[in-house]
Design a binder for this molecule. Structure first.
Ligand code: NAP
Length: 259
């Protein structure tokens, strides 16, 4: 079988960067996409050297509605057919919905939901035609409950989880698989980008980006539809189903440190 081509969005740091390392170790050809071209170039150089693979960089701002189409055009002119799409780019913002800038929240919806959906729709037909490959989308344990203090972010991740589970059913028997990875708190640039005032407890239970990426990559390779990373995250995601919804909202509000 020919070498797999893997497109990873948000590969310049954190979980996306570590996922690039996982797929590089498999010998895949990589297409690394995000806004920070320099960071992507440095990663591509490291991975070409370490794994003797091909890695190309695509500088793209997924907050722009036309970016998925432009990215596809660049991939096609580079002669790349994407076998695996890793929808990892995303960000959050902590604060009350009415107090956060509207533009930032709309950008979040564009990156976390619309571009993810758009890229998926552009790349799935080729995968189905070739009967190989799939999609690994990074959701979050935030997908399992409403998130006062990060309302739009939690809702965006609930979309990613629901969308992935629905697609998994639609794609059964096509040879194409989809996986939603649901990490809990992870030590990356996410907290700083979201302007988070995180509780000590949350910091203490944070996982490394490398562990999260390894679990997510393994789940994708196994064709698992939903992968919650680590027991410490699996337990609350299970308990949330048993606790009354009103209590879940109050607990999440406390954890998100909202006045
Ligand atoms: N860290 C956590 O606690 C945690 C928990 C659960 C889920 N997640 C999810 O994990 C994913 C990766 O986040 P991370 O924790 O690794 O944080 P991170 O280190 O801040 O990485 C975020 C990545 O997304 C890219 N990105 C952000 N805005 C973008 C845009 N407009 N266009 C293109 N790329 C953009 C960034 O690249 P550039 O800046 O180069 O554009 C960066 O590579 C996100 O979807 C996040 O929601 C994180």
């Amino acid at each position: 079988m020919s070498v797999e081509t893997v497109l990873i969005t948000g590969a310049s740091s954190g979980i996306g960067l570590e996922l690039a390392r996982c797929f590089a170790a498999d010998g895949c050809r990589l297409a690394l996409a995000s806004r920070k071209g320099d960071a992507l170039e440095a990663l591509a150089a490291e991975l070409r050297k370490a794994h003797k693979i091909q890695a190309q960089v695509f500088t793209v701002d997924l907050a722009h509605p036309d970016s998925p189409n432009r990215l596809l055009a660049h991939l096609q002119s580079a002669g790349l057919k994407v076998d695996v799409l890793v929808n990892n780019a995303g960000f959050g913002a902590q604060g009350k919905f009415v107090e956060l800038p509207l533009a930032r929240q709309l950008e979040m919806l564009q990156v976390n939901i619309t571009s993810l959906t758009h890229l998926t729709r552009l790349l799935l037909p080729g995968m189905i035609e070739r009967r190989r490959g799939g999609i690994l989308s990074v959701a979050s344990t935030a997908a399992f409950q409403p998130g006062p203090g990060m309302a739009v972010y939690y809702a965006s991740k609930a979309y990613v989880l629901s969308f992935t589970e629905a697609l998994a059913e639609e794609l059964a028997g096509t040879g194409v698989t989809v996986t939603a990875s649901c990490p809990g708190p992870t030590a990356t640039n996410f907290g700083a980008a979201a302007n988070m005032n995180t509780l000590g407890l949350v910091k203490k239970i944070s996982m490394s980006a490398a562990s999260v990426a390894h679990i997510s990559h393994r789940a994708y390779r196994r064709g698992q539809v939903v992968a919650i990373t680590g027991f410490r995250n699996q337990l609350p995601a299970f308990l949330v189903r048993l606790v009354p919804r009103a209590a879940v909202r109050k607990i999440t509000r406390r954890l998100n440190n909202v006045r």
